[in-house]
Design a protein around this ligand. Sequence first.
Ligand code: COA
Length: 171
Amino acid sequence: MTKEEKVTSEKVGIYPGSFDPITFGHLDIIERSSKMFDRLIVGVLCNKAKKPLFSAEERVRMIQSVTSHLDNVEVCSFDGLLVDFAKLEKASVIVRGLRAVTDFEYELQMAQTNRTMCPEIDTIFLTTNLSYAYLSSSIVREVAQYEGKISQFIPAQIVPLVEEKCRCPKD
Ligand code: COA
């Protein structure tokens, strides 16, 4: 098999999100879904509308540091439509995590919109580990802002960064 044939036969998945910051819930989905693909791309949405606390570059670096043990995981930022980014990366599957039934309506709408725009890309849903079903990035930011303990929500190596940013958001 030539290198080019190998690249085109690769199964590539995309796990998109804001990751502001990445939590154990996201990491659980990344670890599990990375086993399903030759390459898993974690796509960090630049999303200026959501006014992220961390820049896209900071979020990419944090995710790279907590996924360095996963050989087939790449982290990139993207802007614009997810399906365009997926096509660019030759991904055929979008991975999303479902925490509770409340996530479902929004996720279904996104998956159906993406499928209408790009029928060759499918969305799969993984149920979030029950231990993290309540977790969200904004909860982590809020706890950190009030100087609560966040080490049970996010990996140890990014705790100081999140604490510093949440306590001095203008830095
Ligand atoms: N563990 C912990 N938290 C989780 C989680 C998990 N497994 N899954 C989701 N969450 C939380 C996130 O922490 C985030 O919390 P926050 O709102 O407090 O920050 C929240 O759920 C939403 O998270 P996220 O998965 O980052 O989704 P999003 O809504 O920010 O972004 C995109 C979703 C990136 C997939 C979507 O906006 C997109 O594709 N945008 C590109 C534009 C586009 O193509 N639009 C058309 C698609 S319809």
